[in-house]
Design a protein around this ligand. Structure first.
Ligand code: UDP
Length: 241
């Protein structure tokens, strides 16, 4: 724990992360990444070797990169191998999924076969609600539920598309195809929407450019084996260690 930041209390424990308030910093939080892994709305549970450290380092690296490219995000600084300081956001309860290649739940909604390269990226909204199992929603659902305004939804879509256009080539340069990924956004104290949460192999599908080998959480979800190795491989390709 760094000298600069003193934890006050844990305010949230999710499947992969914990959040703490900080003494003297009302607009910041400490985000701790755990090794715990869950899938299928937490029906499947396990642990992935060094995942907390790997996901903290990857999020630090990618959010710093996005920040330099003008994508406002919650990252402030990494303070230990698996802890970072973030801006405190009021989370918009919408998960934004961007897809470049057909996989996962898209295969149940379309006739695309796994691996089909989409003619253009697809952006989808899901309502963040565990009890409902995070259902996919349209703009009109979000507006009727008053969880976002029309302007917010357009901002989410535009930011998601911009992030995709930046990280797709970023991963490809490192030998990884960005199949799809999930983003979360929130509003800072001035009401400005920014990117929050994480960008890691927990939240992205990443396939090896040459072999299409899955190097992400699907190895855990579907018991494909080599889970720890896949996370270590992504770390090596992006962080060089
Ligand atoms: N995803 C996520 N959290 C979720 C749901 C999805 O990080 O709660 C990510 C997932 O890892 C994938 C993308 O979002 O990269 C699209 O997931 P999909 O809708 O295909 O659902 P899944 O097949 O993962 O249930």
């Amino acid at each position: 724990m760094s000298e600069k930041y003193k934890k006050i209390k844990q305010i949230y424990e999710g499947k992969a992360k914990k959040l703490y308030t900080l003494q003297g910093h009302p607009n910041l939080l400490l985000q701790e990444f755990k090794d715990d892994a869950t899938a299928f709305n937490a029906q499947k549970r396990g642990s992935i070797l060094n995942k907390g450290i790997i996901n903290c380092e990857l999020t630090t690296y990618i959010f710093t990169y996005l920040g330099k490219k003008g994508v406002k995000n919650h990252f402030v600084e990494q303070i230990s191998p698996n802890e970072m300081i973030i801006k405190r956001l009021k989370i918009v309860p919408i998960e934004v999924v961007v897809r470049n290649i057909a996989a996962g739940s898209l295969l149940k909604k379309t006739n695309f076969k796994e691996g089909h390269r989409l003619a253009r990226p697809i952006v989808e909204f899901y309502y963040k609600d565990d009890a409902l199992g995070d259902p996919m929603i349209s703009d009109s659902h979000a507006l009727a539920m008053k969880i976002a305004t029309e302007k917010d939804l357009n901002t989410l879509r535009q930011m998601a598309e911009k992030i995709n256009s930046l990280i797709k080539p970023f991963f490809l340069k490192r030998g990884l195809k960005l199949v799809d990924f999930k983003l979360e956004f929130g509003k800072d104290s001035s009401g400005k929407i920014m990117l929050g949460d994480e960008i890691t192999p927990d939240t992205c599908r990443l396939w090896d450019k040459k072999t299409n080998r899955k190097l992400d959480k699907d190895r855990f979800r579907f018991d494909l084996g080599g889970v720890n190795e896949a996370y270590a491989e992504v770390r090596k390709r992006i962080l060089g260690k």
